[in-house]
Design a protein around this ligand. Sequence first.
Ligand code: PMP
Length: 361
Amino acid sequence: SSTAERVQLRSALRVLPAYKPGRFPAVSDVVQYKLSSNENPYPPLPSVRETVEKSAAGINVYPDMACAAITEAVAKRWDVPAGSVSFGAGSVEVASQIIRAVAGEGDEVIFAWRSFEAYPMLTALAGATAVHVPLTTDERHDLPAMSAAVTHRTRLIFVCTPNNPTGTSVTAGELHTFMESIPQDVLVVIDEAYVHFNVDPSAAHGIDFFRTYPNVVVLHTFSKAYGLAGLRIGYAIAPDYISAALRAVAIPFGVSALAQTAALASLNAEDEIKARITTLVAEREKLHSGLVRIGWDVVASDGNFLWLRTGEATHELEEIFTNAGVIVRAYPGDGIRISIGTVEANAKALEAAKNAFSRFT
Ligand code: PMP
């Protein structure tokens, strides 16, 4: 058909950076370990499964759009007003709501780079301008540089802590200094998708900042520590008027009843979740020291993943992992992120990393 007969797509789509999901294992005889999406390697808790199965009986009706029960539970968990809690189909949808609520054509959205790849994508989709502020050489947020990047068009800043994919986090002291330098009509989103894996006592905790500054939104998810990635539920804790705006831009009925009840059951199983987190953190430390012993220069991580700076060798090294049955996340020309999996998977990853290192140097 001629161009004139074609539907005109928005120009923003032309410059949209792609979101590449972690690869699934290919069909093969080799046992494969998916360490490419920072998922929780544990199967669902029995109590969570049971709730999901029970609520499956009601999937012929729409879910509670207000997410009332889980809202109340989250508000209680963090001792925040229920009006400050709002949900989305994963925290990535909540991030999308936030951008759509505050940024449009010509507005600027600042984030560290490299960080979560949905930030530039969702920013471009909103027609706003993404401002990438390079990480420091030790893979951390350069908060002074991010503050210096603020202009009169800045509407939003993402602080991802621990940062995906480098695993570094910002300290409470650093974040306070940063917040003091940011105009209060600029919204600061503290993306804490991996916060549960952060055991560093000096780390910033978003909720404290939400209580202190009027322009802070905290993003949490049930996908990582709580192991519900497949059900899609995340939330924001924000000042009431912003929460109301997020609900207004949310897709109606975006969060399923299964997701809501599973999240509730997970919150009620916090002890079991914590025990799993403790194991994953210990495994992270084990893999980290193993990598360092091999010779990899890898920064300490506060998330459930580790970051190898592999530069131009990334593709070649990814193959070594793949051939060993370890599916990792490769960022071409930049690095490889390895999610923490089962004890067995992590051992396989270390073995592959050993082979990769001899090729790298
Ligand atoms: N924030 C960060 C930093 C992430 O890495 C991810 C998932 N990769 C998300 C948010 C979104 O996770 P979900 O939508 O599953 O809550």
